[in-house]
Design a protein around this ligand. Structure first.
Ligand code: ZN
Length: 176
């Protein structure tokens, strides 16, 4: 496994909608290696999710996992998930605003309103269909990662930039 370089804000790949994968592409050993490398990269940098275009591959692949990391100390745990060709088929009207950060937008955090519940249609890494409902922290992470695949970052979803905060000041004034 190898660690992948993360694209940072300003790199055009982050602003380009990612393409869906065919079953043949997904089963290609190169794609399976990419998924393993994405998991390793997410863990190395203490992320809770990573979209393929964040590692310069414009395909609809996401990996998500939350363990008790230093970066998300209060996060609920999420078991490792690989989501291929995912889309949100329903989202709640009800929204909650909470802090988000992003490996592609380093050193910054901001408050982002997100639906509190969603329904997701996706495939796993073997192209098995998986439709499910997600709530709370998992719903937030999926919305954040799916935004990446449509060329958006969390800054685009903020109501305004009044809560935009450097990590150091976040730790000093806002961390729970
Ligand atoms: Zn992100």
């Amino acid at each position: 496994m190898s660690l992948l370089k993360i694209a940072r804000l300003g790199h055009p790949v982050l602003r380009k909608p990612a393409a869906p994968l065919s079953e043949k592409e997904l089963k290609d050993p190169r794609t399976q290696t990419l998924i393993d490398d994405m998991i390793a990269t997410m863990r190395e940098y203490d992320g809770v999710g990573l979209a393929a275009n964040q590692v310069h591959c414009s395909k609809q692949v996401l990996v998500i996992e939350a363990r008790n990391t230093a970066r998300y100390e209060s996060a609920h745990e999420i078991p490792l998930m690989v989501l291929v060709n995912a889309s949100i088929t329903w989202r709640s009207e009800e929204k909650e605003e909470d802090w988000e950060g992003c490996l592609s937008v380093p050193y910054l955090k901001g408050k982002v309103p997100r639906s509190t519940a969603i329904e997701v249609r996706a495939f796993d890494r073997k192209m098995n269909k998986q439709d499910f409902r997600a709530e709370g922290f998992l719903a937030v992470v999926i919305q954040h990662e799916l935004d990446h695949l449509s060329g958006k970052v969390f800054l685009d979803r903020m109501k305004d930039f009044s809560t935009l905060t450097h990590l150091e000041e976040y730790g000093k004034y806002w961390a729970k």
